[in-house]
Write a protein that binds this ligand. Structure first.
Ligand SMILES: [Fe+2]
Length: 387
């Protein structure tokens, strides 16, 4: 081969990866998780293995392109994560502050020894549309508002109709109280089932807090749940504060005994709920819980119903809650609406929201107002808790 031809061949060979690739796309997200007063987690997915990062900009009058924005890489133990799913937890933010952001991926074409070949980039758009924005929470905020849906079971139409009952510009966050799909067998079930709709409607801007239901615990993909939701947290039961409300999010597991044929011997929820009860005991004794003007407990499986899961909630969580007296407990699971009023034995109301209704709430330091609206816009319930 002549020298010129050899050179041309080498140039073609080296340029092949760039020409051979079809490009890279953002496939799902970004969506917000575990938003707090000084931190947020952002999750997004690409169609090819990539490294990923978030660029963060203040929500001032500057153009997003005014300067190079700080980058927060998806990395663990100092090494950037090559994956189709990315999650970044950004810390050190200011409470009650808007931030603009853009997520990036860059394809990793090959990684052999210490040579990495990178491909194309993809990012969210900050040129032809307004950059995505989130607002950190602020415990000093006197007011907050939120909405809750549950038991959607992959019905995107119902999810969209219910979320349309909210004024999203004046809703600080949304709670998904479990059973958003019927089975977790593959990633597609998450995004086809509800999360692409949630992202399109609000989840890139308005944070969503997830309470796992029993159906998210089923299927071969169930063990992957935390890669997508609360990915940077220790557990998927947690607390958070928004304005005057401290929320306690429980994970009530499955509804039948662990030995049931339906779970094929893969679950140990009794043990898990016992461990969680110990965590709950500490949370209910914490300053964070005690000093909040209002306290709301969120649990997918309610304490009533008589199945093993209901009885576990009754036996392991309810005695602690009866002592700690939250203002409200929000459940789902039963696919029907129940408002169990406070009694001498259980000194707080329990709302079981149905699969076709949305619970909307506003709070100030002296009043928590609740409204439950069904998919046709009919008001099913309205009440308030006063200080
Ligand atoms: Fe359920």
């Amino acid at each position: 081969m002549k020298r010129e031809n050899l050179l041309l061949f080498l140039i073609l060979l080296l340029s092949m990866p760039a020409y051979a690739q079809e490009g890279i796309r953002l496939l799902h997200g970004p969506y917000l998780q575990n938003l707090g007063s000084e931190e947020v987690t952002i999750v997004w997915l690409s169609d090819k293995p990539s490294v990923g990062w978030v660029e963060l900009a203040p929500d001032d009058n500057s153009d997003f392109y005014a300067t190079e924005r700080p980058r927060y890489f998806d990395a663990k133990n100092g090494v950037k994560n090559t994956s189709t799913i990315h999650a970044v937890k950004i810390k050190g933010l200011k409470p009650g502050t808007n931030y603009r952001y853009r997520v990036f991926v860059q394809e990793v074409l090959s990684h052999v020894a210490h040579q990495v070949i990178y491909g194309y980039y993809a990012s969210t758009d900050v040129y032809s549309r307004e950059p995505l924005v989130f607002k950190t929470s602020d415990p000093a905020n006197k007011n907050t508002s939120f909405a809750m849906v549950n038991d959607i079971h992959g019905n995107n139409d119902v999810l969209e109709k219910l979320v349309s009952k909210c004024d999203l510009k004046n809703t600080d966050f949304i709670i998904f109280n479990g059973d958003m799909v019927s089975v977790f067998n593959e990633e597609k079930h998450i995004f086809d089932g509800f999360m692409d709709t949630a992202t399109r409607l609000f989840a890139s801007r308005v944070p969503m807090y997830y309470t796992r239901g029993n159906h998210e615990t089923r299927g071969a993909f169930a063990t992957e749940f935390q890669r997508y939701f609360s990915p940077k947290e220790e557990n998927i039961y947690y607390t958070f504060r928004q304005g005057p409300i401290c929320f306690v999010i429980l994970d009530t597991g499955e509804d039948k005994p662990d030995s049931d044929i339906e779970y094929a011997g893969i679950t140990v929820y009794d043990e898990y709920r016992t461990e969680q009860a110990e965590w709950l005991r500490q949370v209910l004794d914490s300053k964070e819980y005690k000093e909040a003007p209002f306290k709301i407990v969120v649990a997918h499986i309610p304490p009533m119903g008589g199945w093993h899961g209901n009885l576990e909630v009754e036996n392991k969580f309810m005695p602690l809650l009866r002592d700690a007296k939250p203002d409200l407990m929000l459940c789902g699971h039963l696919h029907r609406f129940i408002h169990q009023k406070a009694t001498k034995e259980t000194p707080f109301p329990i709302i079981v929201n149905s699969n076709t209704a949305i619970l909307k709430a506003t709070a100030n330091p002296t009043e928590l107002k609740i409204e439950v609206i069904d998919v046709d816009g009919k008001v099913l319930d309205q009440f308030s808790v006063k200080r």
